[in-house]
Each structure stands twice: as C-alpha cells, then as structure tokens.
Design a protein around this ligand. Sequence first.
Ligand code: TMP
Length: 215
Amino acid sequence: MNDTETGRFITFEGGEGAGKSTQVSRLAAALGSAGKTVVSTREPGGSEAAEEIRRLLVSGAVDRWQPDTEALLHNAARVEHVAGVVRPALGAGKWVISDRFHDSTLAYQGYGHGLDPDRVAALHALIFGDFRPDLTLILDLPVADGLARTQGRDGAEDRYERMSRDFHERLREGFLAIARAEPDRCVVIDATADEDSVHARVLAVVEERLRAGLD
Ligand code: TMP
C-alpha cells in the first residue's frame, strides 16, 4: 500500500461452503460498532464492471474457459474492483473487508487448475505490484463438509461447486500452502466450529493483528 492509503484491508479466503459471507458481515458489524467506517465487498465482483465479469465465471459449463483465460478474467475483474472500490475506500481511511481476493486465484486457478503458482503470482505482481491485504483470514474445513453446506443453494452460480472433488482438495491444500508461506499476513481459522465460535476467533485475530479497538 502507498502512504496515502490509511485504511485497513482484510480478506476472507477458503473453499466452497466455508461460511465466509456470514463472517464478513459479522466482522463488518463488529468493526462498525467499534467506530470504524467499513466497506464490505467481494470477488469476483464488488463493482459494476467486475460483477459483469463475474457472470462469465460463476455460471455455465465447467470447462468453458482455458485456465489461463480464467486467471485473466479474475484479474480483469480485480483491476476494476481495486481501482473502483478498494483503493478509494482505503484512501479515505475506511476498513475494507473482501470476501475473496488474489489468494483465490492462486488457490483455484493455480493449485486447482494446475497453473504454475509462480506464474499466477507474477501476473498479480505485474498488475498490482506489491499491493496486498493487511490481513487474510483463511476459513478451513474438509472439502466434503464445505460442499455439503452448499447443497440447496441457488444453483445459478455453481460452476466451481460442480468441479471435481480432487480440484477442491487441491485448492484447499493451496490455501494452506499460502498460509505457510506468508504467516505475517495469513491466519488459518478452523471453520468446522459453529458460527459464533468462528466469529469469536475472527475478532480475536483481527484485534491481535490490527489493534482494531474491538473488545
Ligand atoms: P463465491 O462463491 O465465493 O462468491 O466466489 C465465486 C467463485 O469464484 C468461487 O467458487 C471461487 C471462484 N474464484 C476463483 O476461482 N478465482 C478467483 O480469483 C476468485 C476471486 C474466485
């Protein structure tokens, strides 16, 4: 982040059915109660243009894109989201919480689809330099549990859920590898626990890492 950006950028990551969106809204409420101005957002999407690109990615045939195309589309959506929403909010001193960010590209397109993770990371660096979240919370749970939780959801956005079990196992390992590689930024949270326990752990980590004034 450059010096003019004073807000904090928190991202949630994890496989399908990890409970990220619930935890994003609960953390946003807690930070709001602590007096922060909070922007909750998501990827792919988060801005009008990025939501257009999202539609290309989350529906339709599982094999509709080459893995490289998919990585480029996620990064294209990210350019719009970062320029239109994330950077302006951080520049105004707001706390931004995003449901997914660049670690999802590394985990899904890199580890999942088999693109070289170094190439995926190089693509990020080419576009965004060293811009990265201040804190990333990786919600981890067994693949079978996560996929079971997604059953019964609206199937309009289920393209990734329909990918193979092996794909999901690989991306879970990918997220854990990312956390091992960047322990200063990433914290793995056990998402098998109940919603209140996960929220309590999220608050503890945010307070410990970012001194958010939560009690
Ligand atoms: P969501 O279900 O969490 O809203 O995300 C939509 C899907 O997009 C999800 O299955 C993960 C996938 N995804 C990627 O494959 N690469 C990315 O870079 C991002 C941000 C999401």
